[in-house]
Design a protein around this ligand. Structure first.
Ligand code: URP
Ligand code: ZN
Ligand code: ZN
Length: 470
């Protein structure tokens, strides 16, 4: 059984920052001891010593919103569980929760089996699944119990994408009530898609086809109203609700009001909503098509939203930063919407760069280092039923560890990142810090930006998650 000692670093959890050596054994955290207080003979010899002097030792990141190999808009997200999970690990993320899909007219079981087939033998880090529900009929409501038994304890429903994912309020409400019985959590894509579709058709009829119209036809009001409606439905059902990829001030205000009233309302945002804006969607003055690389849903908002979202993170109104990683290459994939913005596949790459970018918020004093750990690891572990095993550094927890070097600059770009996509939304940006070592269940898998794990494809394990953890 390999014994690893991470020596000389500063341990950071969601609540504490302290100088300690970290012992890992059997894939678990075995001990946290003050520097130099324990001799090798007392704890036994280490098979491997990692020098973390001058660095932070933190729980591995948990990205609870990814879409590996997602079929969307006539194409498929370009990262699969192999390339996407390897990229995640290079960025310090050691667990992902991806979205399986129950397609209309088919069972959740079929959707889950399809996602097992995508992940098994491929994922390099541990993974769980949420289940996207495209209908809440007696059969699917019944099946929710079987999913919870399998460790699929959260379900996503959409108010957007009519004809594909959209479900009506009655179905959402029924699913929420059922989730309440099962201890499961409903997560909501809360843009109201029916009026959005009218705006899209109107823009196209007027010849407005450029990528920026993706944002101009999905206004903030559509997300704010959807958010308020989802909160009201959850309040009526007496259950918690989790808003995925919240992008805008007014949607955040609806969450804040709900939380001020004591409702168990939770929300995540994503790096793209903190660092990119509608200006990116406009592309370059001589190349508006460049904006296609920034088409995601909800759309990027004007810059003034950034401050509101950072404040939300600082004040605990937003609990999580996940990525909504859903990459499509510019060539052949985004290209599908060259003459019609509504045909540009929705989504951006991000699973690898989440910690790099958010650390800028720590450096700028927007969030504390403990809050950084909380929103990238601890809170998603608690909300999605993984806490204790994942999401912290404590004796008995999985030894998923990031040794984070605050002085290891990195230039982000297609040539330095590992995601399987032909552009980077952050091309050329130099971030101040990066991981020097990443460990997954005690195994060193990334060192100095190189994969060093013994095995790659298939070393990740499926995570049977517990019910709602808060
Ligand atoms: O643009 C996005 N977000 N693509 C993935 C689908 C979703 O709504 O999360
Ligand atoms: Zn969504
Ligand atoms: Zn998503």
């Amino acid at each position: 059984m390999t014994r690893t000692l991470i020596r000389g670093g500063t341990v950071v959890t969601a609540s504490d920052t302290f100088a300690a050596d970290v012992w890992l054994e059997g894939g678990k955290v075995a001990a946290l001891v003050a520097h130099g207080t324990q001799t090798a003979t007392e704890l036994g010899n280490a098979d491997q010593i990692i020098d973390a002097t001058g660095q932070y030792v933190m729980p591995g990141g948990i990205d609870c919103h990814t879409h590996m190999s997602l079929p969307f808009g006539g194409t498929t997200a370009s990262d699969d569980f192999d390339t996407g999970s390897v990229a995640a690990a290079h960025g310090g993320t050691t667990t992902i929760v991806d979205f399986a899909i129950q397609s209309k007219g088919t069972s959740m079981r079929a959707g889950l089996d399809a996602w097992f087939a995508k992940a098994e033998g491929k994922a390099a880090i541990d993974y769980g699944f949420h289940m996207i529900m495209t209908e809440a009929n007696p059969g699917t409501l019944e099946e929710m119990a079987a999913m919870v038994r399998e460790g699929i304890t959260s379900f996503k429903m959409f108010m957007a994408y009519p004809g594909v994912f959209l479900v009506d309020d009655q179905q959402i409400f029924r699913a929420m009530q059922r989730a309440g019985e099962l201890g499961a959590l409903i997560t909501m894509h809360a843009e109201i898609g029916l009026p959005i579709d009218v705006l899209v058709q109107k823009a196209l009829a007027a010849g407005r086809t450029a990528p920026v119209y993706h944002a101009l036809t999905r206004p903030e009001a559509a997300e704010a109203t959807g958010t308020e409606r989802a909160i009201a439905l959850a309040e009526m059902a007496g259950v918690p609700v989790y808003m995925v990829h919240l992008s805008a001030q007014r949607a955040l205000e609806r969450v804040m009001e709900a939380r001020d009233r004591g409702l168990p309302t939770y929300a995540e945002t994503c790096p793209q909503y903190l660092f990119c804006s509608e200006d990116d969607l406009r592309g370059d003055p001589d190349d508006e098509w460049k904006g296609a690389g920034y088409v995601c849903t909800p759309p990027l908002r004007p810059k003034h939203h950034h401050d509101h979202l950072w404040r939300g993170l600082r004040n605990y109104d937003l609990q999580v930063v996940a990525t909504d990683h859903c990459p499509f290459c510019m060539k052949d994939q985004k290209e599908l919407g060259r003459n019609d913005f509504s045909k540009i596949p929705n989504g951006m790459p991000g699973v690898e760069t989440r910690l790099h970018l958010l650390w800028e918020g720590v450096v700028a004093g927007k969030i504390s280092i403990n809050r950084f750990v909380e929103i990238t690891s601890t809170a998603p572990a608690k909300i999605f039923g993984m806490y204790g095993k994942k999401g912290t550094l404590a004796v008995g927890a999985d030894a998923d560890v990031v040794v984070w070097d605050p002085r290891r600059e990195k230039r982000l770009g297609v040539d330095t990142l590992h995601m399987r996509v032909d552009y980077s939304p952050f091309e050329g940006r130099v971030v101040p810090a990066s991981p020097s070592h990443v460990l997954s269940r005690g195994e060193l898998i990334v060192e100095d930006d190189r994969w060093v794990g013994k095995q790659k494809q298939g070393r990740g394990q499926f995570l049977r998650r517990g019910t709602f953890g808060l």
